[in-house]
Design a protein around this ligand. Structure first.
Ligand SMILES: *[C@@H]1O[C@H](CO)[C@@H](O)[C@H](O)[C@H]1NC(C)=O
Ligand SMILES: *[C@@H]1O[C@H](CO)[C@@H](O)[C@H](O)[C@H]1NC(C)=O
Ligand SMILES: *[C@@H]1O[C@H](CO)[C@@H](O)[C@H](O)[C@H]1NC(C)=O
Ligand SMILES: *[C@@H]1O[C@H](CO)[C@@H](O)[C@H](O)[C@H]1NC(C)=O
Ligand SMILES: *[C@@H]1O[C@H](CO)[C@@H](O)[C@H](O)[C@H]1NC(C)=O
Ligand SMILES: *[C@@H]1O[C@H](CO)[C@@H](O)[C@H](O)[C@H]1NC(C)=O
Ligand SMILES: *[C@@H]1O[C@H](CO)[C@@H](O)[C@H](O)[C@H]1NC(C)=O
Length: 630
């Protein structure tokens, strides 16, 4: 199984610590140790402040709901994202297993919240019968659906949630609670793995929510979830539907993204970028297994191609014209990193979580070479090593022999990791608060969302690796999988059921009905029409949570705006249309006299889940907009 108890984690850490005892003291090490220790404490508190129901910065968030950031304007991140929440929960589970027992209630609350969330009908679809709703990227903090326009679906969320819950299940099993792992937690994991097995070979939006295609980060985490989930299912004596897809996911991961120099972050898309993107570095730290081989199909941090990719991703940020913040820093030193160099969001700033991830990645790789007691440099990884250890050659290094270079190379990589932490030390404000980004130009001010949960979580997992604290292994045998000779497409039809033992409502397939809203509304270019209503299904009159209509049927003869929405069956609703304007003008609501009501018929268990059962025939009532054209 490869389950490591906390005891084993400690043993491994000691072993690893011994083998670099002669790595020398770093010039800045003392100040850096104190900084990391302090910032780690602040970061954990920063995470907990953003988790409901008691988080001090997120009033209104439900129990176990991990809010992305308390920021409600510029940008509004006061939502819970499946991805950010799961990555944060993985960190919390790891910290719990490393001894922070007070975190248990956060894990238990998360389990309950996610069981409920899985069943929530949303714009990506319903949970039953086909799991489509699991691909929804974000929800309101009271666990109701978010209806606004968004890049959806995103297919990494279920995989990441499964990974966090699998890790906790392993702890339960090694602590005499196998039955709980099986009856309470597994049903949630099973739904997520079903989703992965069914949809890994379909496109979706990437982790930055911009590109529709196939994302390396998603594929890599999907692969891990299926392998680790398959092993857990065996231990629990249950069936994993979808896990049979793992070898094909690995084949896709290894064959499709690599271009000879780096992993192209987004494929099956047409985004006009180089594809050098933090996506791929974040992927490898999620897949990290201390005991994995460097050529494992999961593409570990010590993998030659991953090292070449690391350099290819980092180097463009060394351009000091575009990134004055990185001016004058030699190639052997870490720099401030953003998502990808074509980025324009908040002026394409630098991200704390990515700069931390670069350090974590390098600590991971060093730990793997230490455990293996050898390091093979090949022509793919040579350029990475030569930047930080100019004498590097393509050969295998071991600690044996009097003048062994092995410890020197590991020291060079460790120093490189430390230098990324030094960048964090420089740009994290003295009070330890971490936004999402910091500015590439002087005065390099923090920017975008304040107190970003993921920034704090990323700092902590980096600090764990720096302290030689490692999460449990997830690869049970010598290799995670054997790659098929040829890659093929694939999908296993999932089995979905509400995780009732964890608190999910016992919903049945047919409790929503598809309603098609059609309204004739003449609009100016730049205006949009949305439908809002008095139920959570329609955003409870909150314009941020109203459902956007689409104008693809708009003609000179008929100014049609429309959308099909799955609504809870058997309820009466009150709804209205609203038009949003460009040029920051206020939105315009329909007149109250429109007073629109609808009665959604009760559940019909035999109805086709895709059938539209009601179509409105409405015409906009009330003031029209003015053309902006700003
Ligand atoms: C599906 O898998 C095949 C085989 O690996 C691959 O060529 C194709 O690009 C994949 N498509 C998507 C959308 O994942
Ligand atoms: C970055 O700094 C420049 C120069 O001070 C400033 O004009 C710009 O608004 C800042 N951008 C962000 C996103 O903070
Ligand atoms: C982050 O949260 C703390 C409270 O924990 C607050 O003092 C600080 O102002 C917040 N940071 C930002 C940038 O808003
Ligand atoms: C859920 O509902 C189904 C169908 O109504 C029923 O068979 C099942 O026993 C219920 N499960 C629970 C845990 O209540
Ligand atoms: C919404 O409005 C309808 C029609 O007026 C009403 O029957 C229903 O109770 C309302 N729902 C809520 C949640 O207020
Ligand atoms: C809307 O219509 C309902 C009946 O369909 C009526 O009871 C209600 O008073 C009306 N509301 C307004 C604001 O006109
Ligand atoms: C909307 O426009 C179509 C086409 O002109 C027309 O048939 C329909 O009656 C209109 N609906 C309303 C409510 O005015």
């Amino acid at each position: 199984m490869g389950i490591l108890s906390t005891k084993t984690i400690a043993q491994v850490s000691m072993l690893a610590a011994c083998s670099i005892a002669n790595a020398g003291t770093l010039p800045q090490a003392k100040g850096l140790d104190a900084f990391v220790e302090k910032q780690r404490t602040i970061s954990l508190q920063g995470v907990l402040n953003n988790i409901g129901p008691d988080g001090s910065l997120v009033p209104g968030a439900g129990a176990g709901v991990i809010v992305a950031s308390p920021s409600t304007v510029n940008p509004n991140y006061f939502y819970t994202w499946s991805r950010d929440a799961a990555l944060t929960m993985k960190m919390i589970v790891d910290e719990f297993m490393l001894g922070k027992k007070q975190l248990k209630s956060y894990i238990e609350d998360y389990i309950h919240a996610q069981a409920v969330l899985q069943t929530v009908t949303n714009p990506s679809g319903t949970f039953l019968p086909s799991g489509l709703g699991l691909g929804e990227p974000k929800y309101n903090v009271d666990l109701t659906r978010f209806n606004g326009a968004w890049g959806r679906p995103q297919r990494d969320g279920p995989a990441l949630r499964a990974i966090a819950l699998i890790t906790y299940s392993k702890w339960l099993i090694s602590n005499g609670q196998k039955q709980k792992a099986k009856t309470v937690v597994w049903p949630i994991i099973s739904n997520d793995l079903s989703y992965v097995g069914q949809y890994w070979n379909s496109t979706g939006f990437d982790l930055w929510e911009e590109v529709q295609g196939s994302s390396f980060f998603a594929t890599q985490n999907q692969f891990r979830s299926l392998v680790e989930g398959g092993a857990l299912a065996k231990t629990l004596g249950v069936q994993c539907t979808g896990c049979d897809q793992a070898p094909q996911v690995a084949c896709f991961l290894n064959e499709a993204y690599w271009n000879g120099q780096y992993f192209v972050a987004n494929i099956n898309s047409n985004d006009g970028r180089t594809g050098k993107d933090a996506n791929t570095v974040l992927g490898s730290i999620s897949a990290f297994d201390l005991n994995a081989k460097c050529d494992d199909a999961s593409i570990q941090p010590c993998n030659s191609r991953a090292l070449s990719n690391f350099k290819a991703f980092v180097d463009p940020f060394r351009d000091s014209t575009a990134y004055p913040i990185n001016k004058g820093i030699p190639k052997s030193q870490g720099i401030a990193l953003g998502r990808y160099t074509e980025d324009v969001y908040y002026n394409g700033g630098l991200w704390y979580l990515i700069t931390a991830a670069a350090a974590e990645y390098l600590y991971d790789a060093v730990a793997q070479w230490e455990i293996q007691g050898s390091l093979t440099i090949d022509k793919t990884s040579l350029a990475f090593f030569q930047d930080i250890y100019p004498a590097a050659k393509a050969k295998t290094y071991t600690p044996k022999g009097k003048n062994a270079e092995f410890p020197l190379i590991l020291k060079a990589v460790t120093n490189y990791a430390e230098s990324f932490v030094t960048v964090l030390q420089k740009y994290i404000p003295a009070d330890g608060s971490m936004t999402e980004q910091f500015n590439r130009t002087s005065p390099f001010n923090p920017t975008s969302a304040a107190n970003l949960t993921w920034s704090y979580a990323a700092f902590i997992s980096m600090a764990e690796r720096r302290a030689k604290q490692y999460p449990p292994s997830w690869i049970s045998g010598k290799q995670s999988t054997t790659l098929p000779k040829t890659c093929s497409t694939g999908a296993t039809k999932g089995v979905y059921a509400p995780a009732t033992a964890a608190g999910a409502p016992n919903i049945t397939t047919s409790c929503t009905s598809n309603v098609r809203f059609e309204v004739n509304a003449t609009t100016y270019y730049g205006e949009n029409i949305l439908v809002a209503g008095n139920t959570t299904d329609l955003g409870s009159w909150d314009i941020n949570n109203a459902w956007p209509l689409d104008a693809s049927g708009y003609t000179a003869e008929r100014p049609l705006w429309s959308a099909t929405v799955a609504l809870t069956a058997g309820q009466a609703i009150n709804y209205a249309y609203v038009r949003t304007e460009d040029c920051s003008q206020a939105p315009i609501w329909e007149s109250a006299t429109a007073n629109r009501t609808l009665v959604i018929p009760p559940c019909d268990p035999n109805a086709d889940p895709d059938a539209v059962i009601l179509v409105t025939n409405d015409a906009w009532t009330g003031p029209t907009g003015t053309s902006g054209g700003c």
